[in-house]
Ligand binder design. Structure first.
Ligand code: F6P
Length: 316
């Protein structure tokens, strides 16, 4: 293997840059050339190549976002565009591709594998919704960001004597919501894996006389509907807050920088060893090869969290 490429795809997440740095360091130590592809699969279709060197990635372990840029490529979804990719890579002399991204991006890598392209994936998403890995890159940073926001909103709720419903990201997964709710001692948490109806939540909050904070996973739908139901039923003000894209930015946590560098370097050495068609996950701090099929399976909150911990968060 002489020349490999690397791209970031889908929603950006803190730790992607560390993964790029890890891959560049591992490529360099093996004398393999590494080319960055700008803007995800869109950039691959447009041949937006950026040669990477140790100098180019210096210091990026601790920066948020992705220096390569990213996209949710609509063209890549179309077979007539996708079929151009083997020729694009062949003409550029690229023997293997590292794809950093979430579920949709790794499904894309799986498609490329079926077209004969050697790929290795890295779980890059704040949602922590991929199989075969303890963590995805960016999850812990997003949790820390949301925790800070919820702590501030808790101050406001306590002072104003009101109910705050705080929506966090996570797509269809309740991981971010549960971690945030635990860390902030929220009064309630609603997650898609164990979703309460608005009526059930309203019943629990009916007698709140001072304040309450509800952490709401976006996968549970529109929190505004709960607010509308609550407003006439309770005696305190009700507000909805959405943390939104703040959760995707910022300096990666130490864990995300560490994981990013480790997974990036391991993805490169996996490709160099002739292995492909897998995502590199992390289990008990060991990098592991996870077949794409397992990685893209839904990864709901584990049973013990749902059954033993979730019910402990309740209005006091
Ligand atoms: O997958 C990461 C994520 O931030 C989800 O938590 C969220 O549902 C989605 O991306 C938002 O996507 P977009 O950037 O397309 O608005």
């Amino acid at each position: 293997m002489k020349r490999v490429a690397i791209l970031t795809s889908g929603g950006d997440s803190p730790g992607m840059n560390a993964a790029i740095a890890g891959a560049v360091a591992a490529a360099n130590s093996r004398g393999i050339e590494i080319i960055g592809i700008r803007n995800g699969y869109d950039g691959l279709l447009d041949e937006q190549f950026l040669p990477l060197s140790l100098g180019r990635v210096k210091g990026i372990n601790s920066t948020g976002g992705t220096i390569l840029g990213t996209s949710r490529s609509e063209r890549f979804m179309m077979p007539e565009w996708r079929k151009r990719i083997p020729d694009i890579l062949f003409s550029a002399g690229i023997d293997g591709l590292v794809v950093i991204g979430g579920n949709g991006s790794l499904r894309g890598a799986m498609e490329l594998e079926s077209m004969g392209i050697r790929t290795v994936g890295i779980p890059g998403t704040i949602d922590n919704d991929l199989g075969g890995t303890d963590f995805t890159l960016g999850f812990m940073t997003a949790v820390e960001t949301a925790v800070k926001a919820v702590r501030r909103l808790t101050d406001v709720a306590l002072s104003e004597r009101g109910i705050f419903i705080v929506e966090v990201m996570g797509r269809n997964s309740g991981y971010i919501a549960l971690f945030v709710a635990m860390a902030t001692a929220a009064d309630l948490v609603n997650v898609p894996e164990r979703q309460m109806t608005n009526e059930e939540i309203a019943e629990k909050l009916r007698n709140v006389k001072d304040s309450a904070v509800v952490v709401w996973a976006e996968g549970c739908g529109d929190p505004g509907q709960l607010a509308d139901l609550l407003k006439p039923a309770v005696k305190v003000p009700v507000a909805v807050a959405r943390i939104g894209y703040l959760q995707r930015g910022g300096v990666p946590s130490t864990l995300d920088s560490f994981l990013g560098f480790t997974l990036g370097a391991t993805a490169l050495s996996t490709l160099a060893a002739g292995q492909h068609g897998v995502m590199i996950g992390i289990k008990s701090l060991e990098p592991v090869e996870v077949p794409y099929r397992e990685a893209v399976r839904p990864n709901p909150l584990p049973g013990f969290l749902q059954e033993n911990l979730l019910p402990l968060l309740d209005v006091r």
